[in-house]
Write a protein that binds this ligand. Structure first.
Ligand SMILES: Nc1nc2c(ncn2[C@@H]2O[C@H](COP(=O)(O)OP(=O)(O)OP(=O)(O)O)[C@@H](O)[C@H]2O)c(=O)[nH]1
Ligand SMILES: [Mg+2]
Length: 301
């Protein structure tokens, strides 16, 4: 499989359209599917249903500067660690979200392994994509098992952005994806633009200054607008050069996206195809054409 699913195009109305492949990695039960469902459908299921293989769907986000970002979210089941095909699905991602459950130390410690898989997937093939550390289940912060300092250190050491979310309450889910999409597109968000994406469960908005290099999370949910950044944050004002860079990057990757699509042939980038892959990763379409906005792939072990 070739490179990632990112592309950019402009229509005559000058609407910039960008496509980003975003992958959720992390142990089973940390809440990857819940995050995806909260973001995609604004739903939450209390019961745990293990993801077999991977699920994916696309969602459009409207960004400032007449830019539309299509996020293709790949939710990979935690039990796929070690799967032969896993690196092929990871490679080409424009962003990787390393998710852990803040009440589970193991899920945090195991991110080292997930990061190792991600690095191996890109080794010798190109630079690492945008990476973010996502502490989920922030509604259970009274049961936190990983110190904030450890979270922050991991993010800094590995050049990751940093976020805390709750798929259950929806806290910071939209704003996190909005922020990530904007970062990848090279668009700077004002405080108001970030705040507009905040879920209604909280009215707090932080400034860039507050989120920068600060992985802390107050019990009251201080940061509704964005996650805390371990990487250097962009300038607060919109940067023309930054936008141009983002677009150029997107255009360059469009070519690779096309190649990826051709090679992946069986994976319809148009929404709504459901596939099952056998042990040798040969695709078999089982129920194509659904307009569900997503699909499912099996990964061999
Ligand atoms: N309290 C709380 N529970 C959550 C949250 N997110 C997910 N859960 C619960 O955690 C369990 C696991 O969630 P999933 O989203 O299925 O976990 P997953 O990471 O997709 O797991 P795999 O598919 O096995 O990789 C479910 O019972 C969810 O209801 C959250 O933000 N807060
Ligand atoms: Mg899942």
């Amino acid at each position: 499989m070739s490179d990632g699913a990112m592309s950019a195009s402009s229509s005559s109305s000058d609407l910039e359209q960008m496509h980003f492949k975003v992958i959720l990695l992390g142990d089973g039960s940390v809440g990857k599917t819940s995050i995806a469902h909260r973001f995609g459908h604004d739903t939450f299921a209390k019961s745990y249903k293990q993801t077999i293989g991977l699920d994916w769907f696309s969602k459009q986000l409207e960004l400032p500067d007449a830019t539309e970002a299509s996020l293709s979210l790949w939710d990979i089941g935690g039990q796929n660690m070690g799967g032969n095909m896993l690196p092929n699905y990871i490679y080409g991602a424009n962003a990787i979200l390393f998710v852990y459950d803040i009440t589970s130390v193991d899920s945090f410690l195991n991110l080292e392994d997930w990061l190792g898989v991600a690095k191996a997937s890109f080794a010798g093939r190109g630079p690492m994509p945008y990476m973010a550390l996502v502490g989920n289940k922030s509604d259970l912060s009274h049961m936190r098992a990983t110190k904030l300092a450890k979270h922050k250190a991991f993010a800094q050491d590995n050049n990751m952005y940093s976020f805390f979310v709750s798929a259950k309450t929806g806290d910071r889910i939209n704003s996190t994806f909005y922020r990530i999409a904007a970062d990848m597109a090279g668009i700077q968000l004002t405080q108001a633009q970030v705040g507009v994406q905040a879920p209604v469960v909280t009215a707090h908005v932080v400034t860039y200054r507050e989120s920068r290099n600060d992985a802390s999370e107050s019990a009251g949910g201080r940061d509704a607008g964005s996650g805390a950044g371990a990487r250097e944050r962009p300038q607060a004002r919109a940067s023309t050069r930054g936008r141009a860079r983002g677009r150029a990057r997107a255009r360059a990757m469009a070519t690779r996206a096309v190649a990826w699509c051709r090679e992946a042939g069986r994976v319809g980038l148009a929404v709504g195809w459901r596939l099952e892959l056998g042990a040798e990763d040969r695709g078999r379409e089982t129920g194509g054409g659904e307009r569900s906005g997503g699909g499912r792939l099996g990964l061999d072990g």
